[in-house]
Ligand binder design. Structure first.
Ligand SMILES: [Zn+2]
Length: 326
């Protein structure tokens, strides 16, 4: 028996941390913030313990709480005061995200990223203009090219309010190019785009829909979000976004798609982000509540594995809790 090689030698206390391959730090994490124009008090989100929708007036306080844990960046989602078939409140100067971002950038030193999409602003809950808002056919889908103009308007209105980065999440073909063009035309050449490059039509988004009122009123998003079966297609999606000028490439969700994170890491030099989504958060909380999992350890291991797969940035509802303990 040849035991010249004993990997266990490097697993002893004192050496373990010296040979660890990846590290998690608070500066890797981005915390989602939900700002709600329909409420004047903070409202807990039942399926996401520890998270709340906050009124515009509380957005600064909420971000300050996050900053205190060491997390430096937030991604802002808005729940508007009114919805219509085009989602016009998404690019309104006095819209919920615009007001919140103005206050956050004026009063905190957080790095502010905004979600750019229409699903929280349209009365039908889809991520763009519908082909026929009256019909409820199974093949009903979003008008891609007409939606691009609106995404450009949303992104520039966020940049005008002070957003430092925009993150389009609607999976429209050409969205990164359209937003880049709109931002540049308005002088926002320095505002980077973090593209939801490979966003899957996932069952793990359930709790987020409680948080952001974002469930489609009918149908689903399988005509624009990716089929969970496809990894090669993700590489084509990413290539298109890179061509169009994406600065950061995101995969969403994270844990069920670590192969995709890893493949993008191998192929591209761009920073890679992964969105550890609401369902990934909620299921650990639910198991911990039953006493079946150690929440802290499972959360830390989840985020560490996302980094090990190749993500540089992680959007996660665990940001504050994990950063607090690092
Ligand atoms: Zn959307």
């Amino acid at each position: 028996m040849d035991l010249t090689h004993r990997p266990r030698r490097l697993r002893r206390d004192g050496i373990r941390s010296l040979v660890s391959e990846v590290d998690l730090s608070a500066s890797d994490l981005i915390a989602p913030v939900f700002v709600d124009a329909t409420t004047d008090e903070r409202r807990p989100i039942e399926s996401m313990p520890g998270h709340e929708r906050v009124p515009v007036d509380e957005a600064v306080t909420r971000v300050e709480e996050i900053r205190e844990t060491g997390v430096e960046a937030v991604v802002v989602f808005g729940i508007p005061d009114a919805k219509d078939d085009q989602g016009t409140r998404a690019w309104a100067d006095d819209g919920v995200v615009q007001r919140a971002v103005r206050a956050i950038t004026a009063e905190t030193d957080a790095y502010v990223i905004t979600d750019v999409c229409l699903c929280e602003y349209t009365d039908h809950g889809h991520c763009g203009l519908l082909e026929d808002t009256a019909a409820e056919e199974p093949e009903l889908t979003v008008r891609n090219d007409e939606t691009l103009d609106l995404l450009g308007k949303i992104a520039t209105s966020h940049a005008e309010a002070g957003a430092e980065m925009v993150a389009p999440s609607g999976m429209m073909d050409g969205m990164v190019g359209a937003i880049r063009e709109a931002l540049d035309a308005d002088g926002f050449t320095d505002v980077p785009i973090m593209s939801y490059a490979a966003k899957y039509e996932s069952a793990f988004y359930g709790p987020f829909r409680d948080a952001a009122d974002g469930a489609p009123a009918f149908g689903d998003r399988r005509h624009y979000q990716m089929d969970p079966a496809n990894a090669r297609e993700a590489m084509r999606e990413v290539a298109l976004d890179v061509e169009q000028g994406a600065d950061v490439l995101m995969v969403k969700p994270a844990l069920p798609y670590l192969d995709v994170v890893s493949a993008i890491r191998e192929e591209y030099d761009h920073p890679v982000a992964a969105y550890n989504v609401s369902g990934e958060y909620a299921m650990l909380h639910a198991a911990a509540e039953k006493g079946w999992l150690d929440l802290e350890a499972a959360a830390y291991e989840s985020l560490l594995s996302i980094k090990r797969a190749g993500a540089d940035l992680i959007l996660t509802y665990f940001a504050e809790d994990v950063a607090d303990r690092l």
